[in-house]
Design a binder for this molecule. Structure first.
Ligand code: URA
Length: 223
C-alpha cells in the first residue's frame, strides 16, 4: 500500500517536472528559521529590543526604553510605558514622575537609583501617551519576563495599575491591592500607585509612603 502511494506520488512529481516545476528544498523555511529564544544577557536582550518591530509602536517611537540600573538589583520597579521625555532620551522615568520616583527611592528606601533596576511594561512610547492596549502589553511582555528572569529581583514594585494588571493578570483595583505583597510565578510583588498619579493626586502621598515602608520592611526580612 505504502509502495503504491509512493509510486503515485513519484508519478505526480514527474508530471510536475514535465510541466516545468523545479525542485525546491522542503527544508527551505527550516534553514532560514531564526532563533526565536530571547538572549540570556541583559545587554543582548537590550540589543534585541532596540531592533524590535513586533508592534505598531515601533513606527512612532524615537528610542526603545529598555530599562536601566543595577543588573543584580534586589528591587525591580516596573512602570507602564515611556513618556515623551523617556522616548527622546531612551531611559525610563526621566521626567517629573522620574524625579519623584528617585526621591521615593532615596528618601524612603534609603537607596540610590543605581542600586535598583527600573523598567516599564512597554519598552516603546504609546502614540499620544495612550494607555497600553492588551495587544501591545502582551507583545512586549516577554522582554519584561526575561528581564525578571535575568535580574532575579527579590521584590518587584509595580507602579500603577497597568504594570500590576499585566504582570499578574489580576484586575483588582489598585486602591484595594496596593501595599499588599503578592506572589506570582515564584517572585514577590508589591503594587503601589504610579508616581504620575501621585503628582496628579497629592492626597495619596501617605498611602505611597506606607507602601514604600512595606517595601523596606519586606527587604529587611529578606536580608
Ligand atoms: N511613566 C512610566 O511609566 N514610565 C516612564 O518611564 C515614564 C513615565
Amino acid at each position: 500500500m505504502k509502495n503504491l502511494k509512493n509510486a503515485l506520488l513519484l508519478k505526480q512529481l514527474y508530471q510536475l517536472k514535465q510541466l516545468g516545476y523545479a525542485y525546491t528544498s522542503a527544508n527551505i523555511y527550516k534553514e532560514d528559521a531564526q532563533d526565536l529564544t530571547l538572549p540570556n544577557t541583559l545587554e543582548n536582550l537590550a540589543k534585541q529590543a532596540a531592533q524590535c518591530h513586533l508592534c505598531e509602536l515601533s513606527k512612532t517611537r524615537n528610542k526603545v526604553v529598555f530599562g536601566e540600573g543595577n543588573p543584580n538589583a534586589d528591587i525591580l520597579f516596573v512602570g507602564d510605558a515611556p513618556g515623551i521625555t523617556e522616548d527622546s532620551i531612551g531611559k525610563p522615568f526621566e521626567g517629573r514622575s522620574g524625579e519623584l520616583l528617585t526621591k521615593m527611592i532615596e528618601n524612603v528606601l534609603g537607596l540610590s537609583r543605581s542600586d535598583v533596576y527600573i523598567t516599564n511594561m512597554l519598552k516603546c512610547r504609546p502614540f499620544n501617551n495612550d494607555t497600553p492596549t492588551p495587544t501591545q502589553a502582551h507583545t512586549c511582555q516577554p522582554y519584561l519576563l526575561k528581564q525578571i528572569e535575568l535580574i532575579k529581583p527579590k521584590l518587584i514594585v509595580t507602579l500603577g495599575s497597568v504594570a500590576y494588571h499585566y504582570l499578574t493578570g489580576d484586575d483588582t483595583d489598585i486602591s484595594k491591592i496596593r501595599g499588599t505583597p503578592q506572589q506570582q510565578n515564584g517572585y514577590s510583588i508589591i503594587p503601589t500607585y504610579h508616581p504620575s498619579y501621585l503628582l496628579r493626586n497629592p492626597s495619596v502621598r501617605k498611602e505611597v509612603y506606607d507602601d514604600l515602608l512595606k517595601v523596606k520592611a519586606f527587604m529587611q526580612n529578606k536580608s
